[in-house]
Design a protein around this ligand. Sequence first.
Ligand SMILES: Cc1cc2nc3c(=O)[nH]c(=O)nc-3n(C[C@H](O)[C@H](O)[C@H](O)COP(=O)(O)O)c2cc1C
Ligand SMILES: [Fe+2]
Ligand SMILES: [Fe+2]
Length: 386
Amino acid sequence: MNISDSILYVGVDDTDIGLFEHQYPVDEGISYNSYVILDDKIAIMDTADRRRTDEWLSNVKKALGGRKPDYLVVQHLEPDHSGSLQAIVEQYPDMQVVGSAKTSQMVAQFLDMDISGRFMAVKENDTLALGSHTLTFVMAPMVHWPEVMVSYESSEKILFAADGFGTFGALQNNVPWIDEATHYYFNIVGKYGPSVQTLLKKAGGLDIEKIAPLHGPVLPEDGKELSYYLEKYDKWSKYEPETKGILLCHASLHGHTIEAVEQLAKDLEAAGEEIEVIDLNTEDVSEAVEKCFMFDRIVLASVTYDGSLFPTMQDLLYHLSIKNFQNRKFALIENGSWAPVAAKKMTEFIEGFKNCEILDPVVTIKTRRTEADEPNFEALKKALLA
Ligand SMILES: Cc1cc2nc3c(=O)[nH]c(=O)nc-3n(C[C@H](O)[C@H](O)[C@H](O)COP(=O)(O)O)c2cc1C
Ligand SMILES: [Fe+2]
Ligand SMILES: [Fe+2]
């Protein structure tokens, strides 16, 4: 996992965290990546979550081989990367901490000690010479926090990309980047498309051979080109759908809404569409968020529940609204046995999304899909296929 003889991996795997950020299920764990750059001067790139401080410190010490670090570069203050900051600054009192101006303002929140006397604030294109290695700092505000910067090492042409290009999956589990990259990107970074676009434009001016994110493998993986990842990020950050196809999400209590959706899914598949069905009551909402960003058309079907929308559907739409969801077509199906209001509630959310359309007709079923509903479903299918 070392990048070279002088850029050593000191990161750690976390395989028993269960939920990353206490919200995302990560069955394959996650890695907190960190590096030591050994040269005339020594720089450590980021720290690790406090869940793994001892292991990370021990990795750092081994890599240092008895030497002392001159700099700790803090690219991102989120606790999964700054959780061991206190431990390392206490250990090496002469080490300077390098970060953006915003980091210098925020860093005290993450420490029980004052490091202002040893904090080196850097700005766009400032460099840090280590000997044969030189780091150039590039600001990346709101990818996905305001203080974020990335660092380009010019002798080995490596972009240390902070959370950019990160993915779930502990390194020991060898999860291919793409398997978890969309789950990670759309849930964590997806809201900030314009900020990612700005960073990609800056990165376009650099001669990059490898990208070292704070989570997941160094890119490119074997058999892949770096352009593969850059093109994915370009597409995703423009909110362009990855998949031409139809995602169907349902929220049901007694199963009749599921049956209605599954029949529609079958008919759409028979018409040659790529489809995927998600049960919002059993799948994690982060899976549904990811898939909504992936597909170009989305069917939402919800029961009416206590005079309102069913909570799992409400939760998905709330997530999409705060993730700046945009540029998609929706089809709506509501169920209600006496006073259906689910479609009205779903519409209110979608009307707040940028550049999203609700297809005609909005379909209402009363308890279950019957013969009388078929013309409406046929019309909805046509609208989805148009
Ligand atoms: C606890 C509960 C609350 C419900 N609240 C409403 C309601 O406020 N208005 C309404 O029209 N239907 C209501 N319904 C009926 C459902 O919306 C729906 O018609 C029924 O559950 C059939 O769909 P399903 O089999 O997919 O769950 C409620 C059902 C349940 C079980
Ligand atoms: Fe982060
Ligand atoms: Fe992170």
